[in-house]
Ligand binder design. Structure first.
Ligand SMILES: [Zn+2]
Length: 104
């Protein structure tokens, strides 16, 4: 499984992966997150606290609590990379919510 937002990897193409449903694409904008190099900032944002809801292309890093964002909607089994804390994460569906769990 390709890591969807790993800046070190070329983005995988859904067409080649033979997915049943096309992924929804998201245009990521600068969020002001400044703990990673500028070109990667759009892939992260700070959690807004209680009341902050995550978009279908976002999961929260359980290690550093930063929100990791993907350019497409996330699904169970997707892998994301949290650059601020160097965690490799896998997306898991828990109680109808997407959560990210560390991959060791
Ligand atoms: Zn993290």
């Amino acid at each position: 499984m390709a890591t969807v937002n790993d800046p070190l990897q070329k983005e995988s193409t859904d067409e080649q992966a033979g997915q049943e449903k096309p992924h929804q694409r998201y245009v990521l904008e600068e969020t002001g997150f400044n703990e990673v190099p500028k070109k990667y900032r759009k892939f992260y944002r700070r959690f807004g606290g209680e009341g902050d809801s995550l978009a279908p292309n976002e999961v929260q890093c359980p290690v550093c609590m930063v929100i990791v964002r993907s350019s497409r909607n996330l699904r169970q089994g997707d892998r994301v990379y949290c650059m601020p804390c160097f965690s490799r994460l896998v997306v898991v569906m828990v109680n109808d919510r997407l959560e990210a769990h560390p991959v060791y």
